[in-house]
Structures are given as structure tokens and as C-alpha cells.
Design a protein around this ligand. Structure first.
Ligand code: CDP
Length: 225
């Protein structure tokens, strides 16, 4: 691990889990409550998929996709995400980008190319990182690891509401099918599959509000101090 890019004394809270489990919302809430930085690692895979589409690359062309990931001209400015200076925050949330992200994320070359970029987010006073392999690969020494999940039906409903609120048309049964397909691909891929590491605490948010989930993670983190 690079000592400067990811100083081990800066605490990390790793929040991993399946699609639409609410990781992003909960992770941002925890980061705000503690005054920590926030890393949305899924956005990096989404950016690779979006940039690949724009460059006309096939989503299985590993060498070119890895090269693209290595020099991805992306910036995170508050809640906005920019690609080559253009705000692409909404474009990244479309279902085609989600599916593309899941495909490029199965390529080892792409994952390696994004590793240091992710670790560079670890800065004082701390970092909350959400994704699939935050606790297992990117920040194995995280102070707290959480595996956050919810039933597939509740996750499809949450994703549906999220898209409709953004004015993006959606169909709940298609979303449920897409989620199950993505869960299966994320869990079965040979590289950094989505698994609950033995040292991660399980948080099932099926019957929980966002505020309850945030409060639980903050309390768990305080227990580690
Ligand atoms: O919001 P949602 O959980 O659906 O997606 P996301 O967290 O933005 O991640 C998009 C895709 O990137 C996922 O389907 C994963 O395949 C992949 N991903 C990953 O492989 N590793 C990460 N650390 C984060 C995302």
C-alpha cells in the first residue's frame, strides 16, 4: 500500500453491499455526521462505462478499457461528477450505465487501474467509502467494515423511486430483473466478487429508515474508537 496515498492512521469506514441497498445514501449520511470525506467507488466504474461508450470501445476490450480507466479525466466537485469537464452526474445513473459499469467492473485490468485513484480519497480526518470491495480489496485495514443489504424487492422499489424522482422513466419488474442479474454477476465474477467478508458487520436495512441506518453505522464506528 502506498504510504502517502492511503495513510493507515486515517480511519476508513468501508460500506459494501449489493445494488440499490442504499449504501450511497447511508455512506453520505455517515460521512456528513462525522465530517469525513466520501468515496462513491461505483461512480468510477460508471464513468469508465460512460467514457467507453463515448469512445466507441467494446465493453469486453480489457486492454483499452484499462488504459481508459488509468487516465480517466474525471473530477468529483461536491455532489457533481465531471467527465472531461462536463457534468455527467445524471447520465451516470441511467440503467444502461449501471449495466455497463457492472460489465467493465468484472475486468481485472480495469479494477487495478482504479485502485490508487480510490486510495487517494483517504485523507484526514477520515473516509467513508462505498462499493463492493472497499473492505476486502481497496481498504483491507478499514477501521469499520459494514455489509449493507436489503431484500431484492425493497431494493427495486428504492431504485424505482430514485429514478422517478429524477424524471427518468422506470419499470419496477424490469428493475427487479436487472438487479437480480447484476447481483448474480457481481457475486460470481472471479475478480473481487461481492461477498460479505468475515470481518464485516451485517446491516439489513429492509425495515429501516435512512436515519436509523446512518445512526447504527455511526454508533458502530464510535465503538471502535
Ligand atoms: O448504485 P448501485 O449499487 O447499483 O451501483 P454502484 O455502486 O454505482 O456500482 C455500479 C457497478 O459497479 C456495480 O454493479 C458493480 O458491478 C461495480 N462496482 C464494483 O465492482 N466495485 C465497486 N467497488 C463499486 C462498484
Amino acid at each position: 500500500m502506498n504510504g502517502n496515498a492511503s495513510p493507515p492512521d486515517v480511519p476508513v469506514i468501508a460500506i459494501d453491499g449489493p445494488s440499490a441497498s442504499g449504501k450511497g445514501t447511508v455512506a453520505q449520511g455517515v460521512a456528513a455526521a462525522l465530517g469525513f470525506h466520501y468515496l462513491d467507488s461505483g461512480a468510477l466504474y460508471r464513468l469508465v462505462a460512460l467514457a467507453a461508450g463515448r469512445a466507441g470501445l467494446r465493453l469486453d476490450d480489457e486492454p483499452r478499457l484499462a488504459a481508459l480507466a488509468e487516465r480517466l479525466p474525471a473530477e468529483f466537485c461536491g455532489s457533481d461528477i465531471l467527465l472531461s469537464g462536463e457534468v455527467v452526474t445524471d447520465a451516470l445513473r441511467t440503467e444502461s450505465c449501471s449495466a455497463g459499469a457492472s460489465r467493465v467492473a468484472s475486468l481485472a485490468g480495469v479494477r487495478t487501474a482504479l485502485l490508487e485513484r480510490q486510495r487517494a480519497f483517504r485523507r484526514p480526518p477520515g473516509l467513508v467509502a462505498d462499493g463492493r470491495d472497499m473492505g476486502s480489496v481497496v481498504f483491507p485495514d478499514a477501521r469499520l467494515k459494514v455489509f449493507l443489504t436489503a431484500s431484492a424487492e425493497v431494493r427495486a422499489e428504492r431504485r424505482y423511486k430514485q429514478l422517478i424522482d429524477k424524471g427518468i422513466p422506470a419499470n419496477i419488474s424490469t428493475l427487479l430483473l436487472d438487479l437480480r442479474e447484476r447481483d448474480a454477476r457481481d457475486a460470481s465474477r472471479p475478480v473481487a466478487p461481492l461477498v460479505r467478508s468475515p470481518d464485516a458487520r451485517l446491516l439489513d436495512t429492509t425495515g429501516m429508515t435512512i436515519a436509523e441506518a446512518v445512526a447504527t453505522v455511526v454508533a458502530w464506528f464510535r465503538e471502535t474508537a
